[in-house]
Design a protein around this ligand. Sequence first.
Ligand code: TPP
Ligand code: MG
Length: 324
Amino acid sequence: MGSREEMLAMLRMMMMIRNFEETADKLTLRGKVSGGMHNSSGQEAVAVGVISALAPDDVIATTHRSHHHTLAKGFTAREVMAELMTKATGVAKGRGASMHLGDVSRGHFGGNGIVGAGMGIGMGAALGIKMAGDKKVAIGFVGDGGMNTGRTWEAINMAAIWKLPLIVVVDNNQYAVETFIDRVTAGGDLAKRASGFGLPASTIDGQNVLEVRDAVAQAREYALAGNGPTFLNALTYRYYGHNVGEKGQYRTLEEIEDWRSNRDPIDQFAARLFSEGHLDQATFDEMVASVDAEIKDAVEFAENSPHPDPSEVMLNVDSGKLRG
Ligand SMILES: Cc1ncc(C[n+]2csc(CCOP(=O)(O)OP(=O)(O)O)c2C)c(N)n1
Ligand SMILES: [Mg+2]
């Protein structure tokens, strides 16, 4: 399972992401976050499970819904919140906002507004890793909606035929805006579809952080041994609408309540840590308070930060080094 410290750090990270998202959601409704955002509440175990199986040098490329991946990758709540408010202290110096969090120099190849494109960039990063002879892997996150776009499968085909160190992670929250996955996915089983490309492919419980971590750890070993990519379809659920302000009337309240009450990734992991004696009430209460303080501090930091100087807007735009 891992050390107690590792387990508590994973739980705290999931709690921090949840608090960040619910806070950012409210700030968006109040007009403080520029251009809206996609809330990842409910999907924390996918992000935290994946990233906790990685080494710091491993890289990720992601989607329009990427706050959870970015925070789990080690970007601070301060710099992510500041980016949401397009402030100069943000992850991308205030040029990217919610959908373009990233910093190549820190192993984050960006969020992406084009469905499926982030995973293609992950494949490119994996090709770069292989050409350089580096011992690391790339994660290509993609949504279930991105499973029905052509570029996804072009990238998977190339990764498979060239044995690239790519791990495809489907952050499968089962909806692409208002469309339930079963209505648009021929053949039904995404892992079966991927296995047609000759790579290991499976569906995992995206609400179980340890199951996600172990599957990625195995895929990572497989890639580092030169065997090529793995495809992981992580089944999860988003609690809110597609983006802030969208009401999500295409889902029943019973369905949302069932996932929240019975399959919440944080509740399930905390319950397990309590029952196995790794967590006590005082430690848990301290974690709640420290996460709360961290997010309040992040909001204050972001609100008090300046917007970028317009004269710097084109600086380093083509170098992939926004902090340069
Ligand atoms: C190529 C392309 N087509 C359509 C859109 C519009 N669009 C934005 S998000 C989205 C749904 C994506 O669903 P999914 O991949 O499941 O990700 P989720 O929002 O559930 O995280 C669509 C169709 C887009 N941004 N890019
Ligand atoms: Mg989806």
